[in-house]
Design a protein around this ligand. Structure first.
Ligand SMILES: [Zn+2]
Length: 301
């Protein structure tokens, strides 16, 4: 495989977010020879678990879930990798275990001294902003992906990852910040298209799903109006890789037998989309004839 010179960097809050939201995009750009870097901000220590066999790993029991999820993330990124290319390895913000999952809003996990969402951005020994700025300047990505302002669905760590990524893209380009500046050409938010959600949930109603799963009404899941979506990435050719990566996150989710849906511990079915949708937050859009970008690197020199 020829390296394409394209460099894509994704900033995610917990192991599994990279696959659920952007797994197809990661697999597609790896298959096309791009250099892909997935930065994960926490180990996901506060996650709930999908099956009783994992129950003793959780934060209130052995507190081993975070370490276990390093293995799951490693497996997922390997599954997304092209067999002809290098195996994508995890990269944790500040190193493995530096910042901790802050838990859902209003839980005591937010008060942990290492909680990611409340970590001072700049710290004498290197805060999240310094760590991510260094990674951006080291990787020199033309394209960066993170979440929207509400972090997709409101998790404090997702909102923190959104704010941090915007700040680090600014800091990386700032000549006043010590080091060699790097200007990211395009910054995207990973989002769900409301139109896709409605049509795929309708299809799931007739599908065979595990008995304890529930197909939600579309308004129960966060989505963006299609008019706001700037970019759509066709991931149909790599969906099998995305499904294998989803299955690697077994503590967190299940995948239906036909691979059309996944569910987290709430057992609410979510479609596995054949196109991943994005909103261009910064940079110049280069849409095609249908008004949409079909390549996140469109227009990048
Ligand atoms: Zn998450």
């Amino acid at each position: 495989m020829q390296p394409s010179g394209r460099r894509l960097l994704l900033v995610h809050a917990h192991p599994d977010d990279e696959t659920i939201t952007t797994g197809g995009t990661i697999a597609r750009y790896l298959a096309e020879g791009a250099e892909v870097t997935v930065v994960t901000c926490t180990l996901g220590e506060e996650g709930e678990v999908m099956e009783p066999r994992f129950a003793q790993l959780t934060a209130e029991n052995a507190d081993q879930l975070g370490g276990y999820r390093i293995g799951e993330l490693t497996g997922a990124l390997a599954a997304l990798s092209d067999p002809a290319g290098p195996v994508l390895r995890p990269r944790f913000l500040g190193g493995m275990g530096r910042w901790r999952d802050s838990g859902m809003a209003g839980t005591p996990a937010a008060d942990h001294p290492r909680a990611f969402a409340s970590a001072p951005r700049t710290q004498a020994d290197g805060g999240p902003l310094q760590a991510l700025t260094r990674i951006i300047r080291d990787v020199r990505p033309q394209v960066v992906i993170t979440y929207d302002e509400v972090g997709g669905y409101g998790h404090p760590d997702h909102i923190a990852a959104h704010l941090l990524t915007h700040a680090a893209v600014d800091a990386a380009a700032d000549p006043e910040v010590a080091g060699e500046p790097w200007e990211v050409a395009k910054l995207y938010w990973t989002v769900t298209s409301r139109g896709d959600l409605e049509s795929t949930l309708a299809a799931l109603r007739g599908a065979e799903l595990p008995g304890d799963w529930r197909v939600p009404a579309p308004e129960e899941l966060p989505a963006h109006d299609d008019a706001a979506i700037t970019s759509r990435i066709d991931v149909a050719p790599v969906l099998d890789r995305k499904r294998a990566a989803l299955r690697a996150h077994a503590t967190q989710l299940g995948v239906s037998a036909d691979g059309a849906a996944l569910a987290l511990t709430n057992r609410i079915a979510q479609p596995v989309f054949a196109e991943e949708a994005y909103v261009l937050a910064r940079g110049a859009a280069a849409p095609g004839p249908d008004g949409l970008e079909r390549d996140l690197f469109a227009g990048v020199a």
